[in-house]
Structures are given as structure tokens and as C-alpha cells.
Design a protein around this ligand. Structure first.
Ligand code: BES
Ligand code: ZN
Ligand code: ZN
Length: 482
């Protein structure tokens, strides 16, 4: 799919179909040609409303001049005409110069994200006929638009969306195929394509470096764990950031085994680590001026004679002892050691971890929203702003003085689960904070993407399956750090 810019009148452009974005229900606009037909199908131009008029080769969609609305409208359009076999579509653009680039970028994202379809395991593949999406600017001369600026916006939208789709592909791939070793292979290829450094460490490295919590989680799997460390190092970097991702290529729960219906979709427990791959791909292509280290703890959580157990006590990389009371709270064990690794090796200015960490986060904020936690109000507010900008929903979950007490253990420094059934997303975040050094507390954010990472009923521009949650919001967050 290619996006083209045409600086001429809409009517002079050849395309198989025309797309009309109806803004704020304004059905009186000169580009709303088919007023009668639209009335017949009772099209009112409400947001997310679509009217496809195949005889006229026109499609109308209701929207507003807001980025997230434009993303969703674009996704609706492309899904409604997919089966019509059009090779090209054209869109008349009439937003003003100041907001134009960002609007175009949002539309490009919406088209690419909306048309995504995972058919790797289907015998019959859906073929996309659409080749060209043409943006037409009639008012080019009057408005003195900067074509370079618009083309740059198109390119940025493409990078952000294709990087998100790359993550979707990784997460959607089945666990027997997408093992920790395979994830490392993908990272190596991504590093080669983007000129990044890439270190892959194995279980011997984990043992040698005292990463016993990570190692214990991996023990019962026939697929050995991998610590993946990607580095993007631009000249004149303004800051150094470590991004740590939970890469559970499968979470069966371990000996605290998940019930059958909770286990399906747990291939998606690698969503945080996969998001790290997408972020690294995007930022190197966008050329942002921040040094970024992407660290992925990739492993399976399985059962077997060698499995770690409830009642075990594990010593993490920073020397803290952890009482295991539930082997299904494994993500925090892997992340604990990876957070220590990032701090010991890199001395970063900012640290963020991304994880499908708790079902409790989904209960707290719903399946469309990620939870953000941390000590620095400034960093959290930057994340909430990035959420607005990217359209990815993020809500803050607050730490307080009482919740940490729920992690007290009678036999070790800390328990891996809370003694209360409430507030589980936050106590998981507080568990992670035990592995953040005092001097780094204000540099750290935790993002729980358990809700939006995997979509069981399509919404917005997310079809069934992996959404690629975390990629676009973290890119926007990174860009706000400078
Ligand atoms: N990977 C799960 C969390 C999860 C649940 C992600 C649903 C996506 C959808 C995590 O490892 C887990 O099992 N957490 C437990 C923690 C509990 C044992 C304290 C949970 O949320 O139930
Ligand atoms: Zn688990
Ligand atoms: Zn998990």
C-alpha cells in the first residue's frame, strides 16, 4: 500500500473510489455529492458511521478533525471497501495548514493499522487489492502547503504503524514457533536491518550474573531463556533510556497452573517484549536523538519436574530474597532481574518497563486501557500526554503508603504476591519498585498493558488478536523527554 500526494483538484485525479470524510456531521459540504442517497441509507455522519455507495464508487465516513477520530475513521473506511477490489482510492483534504501534517499522519496510521490481518496459519490468504491511497490538495496554491512536510508526516505515520504491525505479527505467532530463541533471532535481524547493536545472552549468563529469579521461571521449559539487549545510539544523544519488556513466550502459570480458559491467549504474554522490538525498529527509522536500550526477558513459564515452586525462595540480581507463593506471578520475577541488569549495566537517565503483568489491571481500568505507575509525577504526566497524542489509552494507578505492606513475607525480604485480593496491579508495580535503586526511583515508569495488548473483540483500529499496544505511546513519550 502506497500513499501519494497530489497537489491538484480532486476531480482531476483518477482513482477507483473516492473517500469523503464528513467532519462534524457537516452534510452540506461541497464534497458531499450524494445527499439523496445518503438520506436513503439514513447516513447522518456520526463518528464511526460509514456509508459505502458502490454504484457511485464513493464511501462516506463520519468523523471529527481529531487525530484519534481520523485514525478510527480511516480504519473503518479501508475495512468497508477491502472486498470491493479497488486498486486506488482518493481523498480530498481540506484541513488548514497548521494541523494538516499531524492529521495526515493519523490517517496513514489508521489505514495501515486498520487493514492489518493475521493469516499466517490460514490456507487461504486474503489478498489486498488496494495499491494506492491518494491525498488530494486542491487548495495547494492558496495555502502554500509544504509538500516536503506532508511527505515527512506520511513517512512517520508509515513507520509508526508498520512497526506496530510487526509487533502484532510477533505476538500473534504461536508459542511453539515463537520461542525465546526465535525472539532473539527476530531481534538480531531487526538489529542488522537498522544498524543497531544486539547482544543475546543465555541461561549461563543469567546464572553467572545472579539473575536467579528470571532463571527459575525459565527452568521447566524445554526452550532455554534469552536476555535480549538492543542498543540504538545516535550521535549527540540528549538522554539515555532503558526500555525493559516482559517476553513470556508462553505463560501456563507454572505449577500454580492457570485454568484452561485463562491459559488461551497466553502467547500474548510476550507483548511487552515484542513492543520493545517495535519501538526499537521505529525510533531507529525515525532517527530520534535519544540513546535507547531495549531489553527483553524472553522465556516460557511451564510445568515439569524441574519447575520452580510455591515456597521456593529466590535471590534476585540485587541480592533481595523473594518468597514464591504463586508461580503465575512470574512476569515480575523476570522483570526484577532485567531491571537490575539495566541499572547495573547502563546507568540510564530514564527507565520504563512494559508488561502484560496483571489481570488485576484489566479489572481496574478495563480492557482498552493500560495502567501507568511510578514515583515521578512529571514522568507520569508526560506519559498521559503521550497517551492523548497517540490515541493509546493510559490511566494512572496511584501508589500509596499502605499497599507496600501487603508484599511482606515471613520467610524472605518480599513475597511475589500480595496478601490482599485487591489492588493487584499496583502491588505488582510496587513489587517491581523493590528492584529500582533509591537514586533511580524518580527515573522509572511501569506500564501494564495486560488489557489492550490482546484484542478478543475488535475495537477502533484493532482487529482480533495482538494490538501492538505500547509502541506508539512509548515513541511519543520518548519524544517528550528531550
Ligand atoms: N500474564 C499474566 C497476566 C495477564 C492476565 C495478562 C490476563 C494478560 C491477561 C500474569 O503473569 C499473571 O498470571 N498474573 C497473575 C498474578 C497473580 C497470581 C498475583 C494474575 O493477574 O492473575
Ligand atoms: Zn502468570
Ligand atoms: Zn505472565
Amino acid at each position: 500500500m502506497k500513499f501519494l500526494l497530489e497537489l491538484k483538484e480532486l476531480s482531476k485525479i483518477n482513482a477507483d473510489c473516492e473517500v469523503i470524510f464528513v467532519i462534524d456531521k457537516n452534510l452540506k459540504h461541497k464534497w458531499v455529492y450524494d445527499k439523496k442517497d445518503l438520506k436513503t441509507v439514513d447516513f447522518k455522519g456520526s463518528v464511526e458511521e460509514v456509508a459505502f455507495l458502490p454504484h457511485q464508487h464513493k464511501i462516506y465516513v463520519g468523523t471529527k478533525l481529531e487525530h484519534e477520530e481520523l485514525r478510527i475513521a480511516s480504519a473503518k473506511v479501508i475495512n468497508s471497501i477491502k472486498k470491493a477490489k479497488y486498486k486506488s482510492i482518493k481523498i480530498g483534504i481540506y484541513s488548514d495548514k497548521e494541523t494538516l501534517s499531524a492529521n495526515i499522519k493519523a490517517m496513514v496510521e489508521g489505514f495501515i493499522l486498520g487493514v492489518y490481518n493475521f493469516d499466517k496459519y490460514k490456507s487461504e490468504k486474503e489478498k489486498l487489492h488496494l495499491k494506492n491511497i491518494i491525498f488530494a490538495f486542491e487548495d495547494y496554491n492558496n495555502n502554500k502547503l509544504d509538500a516536503d512536510l506532508i511527505n515527512k508526516a506520511i513517512q512517520e505515520g508509515e513507520i509508526r504503524a508498520t512497526s506496530t504491525n510487526l509487533v502484532r505479527d510477533v505476538v500473534n505467532s504461536m508459542p511453539d514457533e515463537l520461542t525465546p530463541k526465535e525472539m532473539a533471532k527476530i531481534a538480531l535481524k531487526l538489529a542488522k536491518d537498522n544498524n543497531l547493536e544486539c547482544k543475546i545472552e543465555d541461561e549461563k549468563f543469567l546464572a553467572k550474573n545472579g539473575m536467579n529469579a528470571f532463571l527459575a521461571v525459565s527452568r521447566a521449559s524445554i526452550h532455554p531463556p534469552r536476555l535480549i539487549h538492543l542498543t540504538y545510539k545516535p550521535k549527540n544523544a540528549k538522554a539515555k533510556v532503558a526500555i525493559i519488556g516482559k517476553g513470556l513466550t508462553y505463560d501456563s502459570g507454572g505449577l500454580s497452573l492457570k485454568p484452561g480458559s485463562y491459559m488461551v491467549t497466553m502467547k500474548s504474554d510476550k507483548s511487552g517484549g515484542s513492543a520493545v522490538l517495535g519501538i526499537m525498529n521505529a525510533i531507529s527509522k525515525l532517527g530520534i536523538d535519544i540513546e535507547v536500550h531495549g531489553i527483553i526477558g524472553a522465556t516460557e513459564n511451564m510445568i515439569g519436574g524441574d519447575a520452580f515452586k510455591p515456597d521456593d525462595v529466590l535471590i534476585a540480581k540485587n541480592g533481595k530474597s523473594i518468597e514464591i507463593r504463586n508461580t503465575d506471578a512470574e512476569g515480575r520475577l523476570v522483570l526484577a532481574d532485567c531491571l537490575c541488569y539495566a541499572q547495573d549495566e547502563l546507568n540510564p537517565d530514564y527507565i520504563i518497563d512494559i508488561a502484560t503483568l496483571t489481570g488485576a489491571c484489566v479489572v481496574a481500568v478495563g480492557e482498552y486501557t493500560s495502567g501507568v505507575m511510578g514515583y515521578s509525577d512529571k514522568l507520569k504526566s508526560k506519559m498521559l500526554k503521550a497517551s492523548k497524542k497517540s490515541g493509546e489509552l493510559v490511566a494512572e494507578l496511584p501508589f500509596n503508603r499502605y499497599l507496600p505492606k501487603l508484599l511482606k513475607s515471613n520467610v524472605a525480604d518480599i513475597s511475589n504476591i500480595s496478601s490482599s485480593g485487591y489492588g493487584g496491579a499496583i502491588t505488582a508495580g510496587l513489587f517491581l519498585s523493590e528492584f529500582i535503586k533509591e537514586e533511580n526511583k524518580d527515573k522509572w515508569l511501569h506500564l501494564d498493558i495486560a488489557g489492550p495488548a490482546y484484542v478478543e473483540k475488535a475495537w477502533g483500529y484493532n482487529p482480533y488478536g495482538a494490538s501492538g499496544a505500547g509502541v506508539r505511546v512509548v515513541i511519543d513519550w520518548l519524544e517528550s523527554l528531550k
